[in-house]
Design a protein around this ligand. Structure first.
Ligand SMILES: *Cc1c(COP(=O)(O)O)cnc(C)c1O
Length: 222
């Protein structure tokens, strides 16, 4: 199937409250345009440089999501473009996003990335680190970021029980934070989980944002 058909198929499958982020990393602008013409507006990139080089070639109403690990020295350049940063994985990074956003007089929407997978290499907070941040007095002075929810990646495995368990853990973290720290905020509602191989499970477990690349654009060529 082509890109447009894949988008339409996913749209028809996903519940209305779930936002589809088309992950366009390693894809040429032409592929992105094809998805755009099928009505897709949310696109995810994992590298700042790639996002910055593609965006000027594409329609300006695209909402760019940054989904990959972000280095503090890249924050400034991506801010004017980004719609939502999914991958805030440290307090230091959140502070830097706040500082640079203040200079641009904007408020940047962010998700806190949690480490839910069993693999070592995946970035993210654990609950204790997140709580330390949320209880820090300085945290309440960050007026140029708004935390919209959480993000996580499950272990790369065919074992559905493992994956479901990890998604459930992320939802538990989300619910706990919502009740304890964001109870008066109407902005904390996003749960970014689910990729091509596991988005159906993720949706069953409460995802509001799925990040899908391969099932839209085909296998990535390295
Ligand atoms: C690449 C990537 C995806 C999409 O993966 P697919 O398996 O191609 O759907 C989702 N989330 C993140 C963080 C990624 O890096």
């Amino acid at each position: 199937m082509g890109i447009a058909e894949n988008i339409l198929h996913l749209r028809a499958t996903l519940p209305g409250h779930v936002t589809l982020v088309a992950v366009s990393k390693n894809r040429p602008a032409g592929d992105i345009l094809e998805a755009y013409q099928a009505g897709q507006r949310d696109f995810g990139e994992n590298r700042v440089q790639e996002m910055l080089s593609k965006a000027p070639q594409l329609p300006s109403d695209i909402r760019w999501h940054l989904i990959g690990h972000l280095q503090t020295n890249k924050v400034k350049s991506m801010l004017p473009l980004v719609h939502l940063v999914h991958s805030v994985d440290s307090y230091r990074l959140l502070k830097e996003i706040d500082r640079e956003s203040a200079k641009l007089n904007r408020v940047t929407a962010c998700l806190l990335q949690f480490h839910i997978a069993s693999e070592e290499s995946k970035f993210g907070f654990n609950l204790e680190e997140a709580l330390q941040m949320l209880e820090d007095t300085e945290y309440h002075c960050l007026h140029n970021v708004t935390v919209r929810g959480v993000m996580g990646m499950a272990t790369f495995t065919d074992n559905q029980h493992v994956v479901r368990h990890e998604f459930r853990e992320l939802l538990r973290i989300f619910t706990f934070l919502k009740d304890e720290y964001f109870v008066s905020s109407s902005e904390f509602f996003e749960v970014s989980m689910g990729m091509s191989g596991d988005y159906e499970l993720a949706v069953e477990e409460g995802s509001t944002l799925v990040r899908i690349g391969t099932s839209i654009f085909g296998e990535r060529i390295k």
